[in-house]
Unconditional design. Structure first.
Length: 53
C-alpha cells in the first residue's frame, strides 16, 4: 500500500484568494464601465422659448 505524503493544505486558501481578486477586478470593471459610460450618454435637456409679437 502506497501512502502519498503530499502537502495540499494551501491549495484551498490560494484558490479562495484568486477568486476574491477576480471578483473584485470584475466588479471594478463593471462599475467603471457604468460610471464612465454614463457620462458619454447624457442628452441635453430640452429648452423652451417664448416669442411675443
Amino acid at each position: 500500500m502506497k501512502i502519498f505524503n503530499r502537502n495540499e493544505e494551501a491549495v484551498s486558501p490560494v484558490i479562495g484568494v484568486i477568486l476574491m481578486v477576480a471578483i473584485t477586478v470584475i466588479l471594478a470593471a463593471v462599475i467603471a464601465a457604468f460610471v464612465f459610460g454614463l457620462g458619454g450618454q447624457q442628452v441635453a435637456a430640452p429648452t423652451v422659448s417664448i416669442t411675443a409679437a
